[in-house]
Design a protein around this ligand. Structure first.
Ligand SMILES: [Zn+2]
Length: 375
């Protein structure tokens, strides 16, 4: 066998490749509606039709081996993470709990509404009805909602309008990224090879795709990995400083976490940003979670990456202002931080897209229609 250096496969690669091949059986069990092979397995092991939801303990040894290969244990494994739904008539997909629209479950996106819902655990088809050829949602709640909760509901319904039920089709499974939609050994192999490179790999994959100037993305990356020279980090690394307090507020140690997420000034910046897009502020203190859950509905995947680019631009703008305060004794001004980010993100749009014709004022006044016009 050739060694890795000679261009051959390492032992780990071969193990991963075998595992990827094995995982294909699991995919067939989940995805295939019928077939002799599946009937045989099902009759032998007594598995129901919803194989993927049977607890590992109750499954056969063979199935357990397969589950092990797919990395299932305490957490959901690498295989399960890639399993998604393609909505048909809504006969199998659970409305709140499964991922069938966008990249997260509705339960994760709208936890408040979930806690108020009487539809928990129900299939999509149970959460509405056909009115001739038009599907109408019929969400039920355990109590009357406050005004802001109704706004959330509206937001969710708008989000749901990006997808539609298909009366004549059963729900089916998908696997892998948006382009794949179906199990491939190649993609499975790539997933396995990427394992163990930190729990937040997905965050970074998304970050590098964000649509903004490269220096914005780089700064955001450094903020996410806590590798910017904040005062707290410098002193942790042995630099002696007179003052390790946040340059903006002078009250708390200047860590990345504090500077970008918790400082009273940056909180102002974030809430201006959310107000700008007219969305309800979801407060997440962890910087990675904040980036991941910086959601915008009613946009396609490309426009979504522009929105992620806005996030990186805000982070960069905070960092720039912090440096101005440290090195040029400027005064902190949350509004200025925010406006500079607006300008920078507009410049990017203008620079990158010929079809983008909005003026800066247009971008500031009506960001949503600008972003949805981005092609
Ligand atoms: Zn501060």
């Amino acid at each position: 066998m050739q060694t890795k250096r000679e261009g051959g496969l390492g032992l780990r690669d071969i193990q991963n490749f075998n595992t990827a091949l094995l995982a294909k059986w699991k995919w067939r069990l989940i995805a295939e509606e019928k077939g002799r092979w599946k009937e045989m397995v099902v009759s032998k092991y007594g598995l129901g039709s919803e194989v993927s939801r049977i607890p590992v303990k109750l499954q056969s040894w063979w199935w357990r081996d397969l589950a092990k290969a797919c990395g299932e244990g305490e957490d959901e494994g690498w295989f399960q993470k890639e399993v998604g739904w393609k909505l048909g008539r809504g006969d199998k997909v659970r409305f709140w709990e499964d991922i069938w629209v966008g990249n997260s479950s509705l339960k994760t996106l709208f936890p408040r509404l979930y806690s108020l819902s009487s539809n928990q655990g129900q299939k999509v088809e149970e959460v509405g009805r056909w009115d001739d050829e038009v599907w109408r949602w019929n969400l039920r709640w355990i109590r009357a909602r406050f005004e802001w909760e109704s706004k959330l509901e509206e937001e969710m319904l708008t989000f749901l309008s990006t997808t539609s039920l298909r009366r004549e089709k059963k729900d089916g499974h998908t696997w892998g990224s948006e382009d794949e939609r179906c199990f491939s050994v190649k993609f499975a192999y790539a997933c396995l090879a990427n394992q163990g490179r930190g729990p937040h790999l997905e965050v970074f994959k998304l970050l590098w795709k964000a649509k903004a100037f490269p220096n914005m993305v780089t700064t955001a990356w450094r903020a996410l990995t806590d590798s910017l020279p904040t005062r707290e980090r410098l002193s942790r690394k042995g630099t002696i400083l007179n003052n390790t307090l946040c340059a903006l507020c002078q009250t708390t140690a200047e860590s990345s976490q504090h500077l970008f997420m918790e400082c009273k000034h940056t909180l102002c910046v974030w809430s201006m940003c959310f107000r700008w897009f007219g969305i309800v502020l979801a407060k997440h203190n962890d910087i990675k979670i904040n980036f991941e859950s910086f959601h915008l509905f009613q946009v396609n995947s490309k426009q979504y990456l522009v929105w992620k680019g806005v996030w990186t631009t805000i982070v960069r703008s905070i960092w720039d202002q912090r440096n101005e305060v440290v090195f040029k004794q400027s005064v902190v001004d949350a509004e200025e931080i925010f406006q500079k980010a607006q300008i920078k993100s507009w410049q990017w749009l203008k620079h990158k897209s010929n079809s983008f014709t909005y003026s800066l004022v247009g971008w500031i006044l009506n960001p949503m229609s600008c972003i949805t016009s981005f092609k």
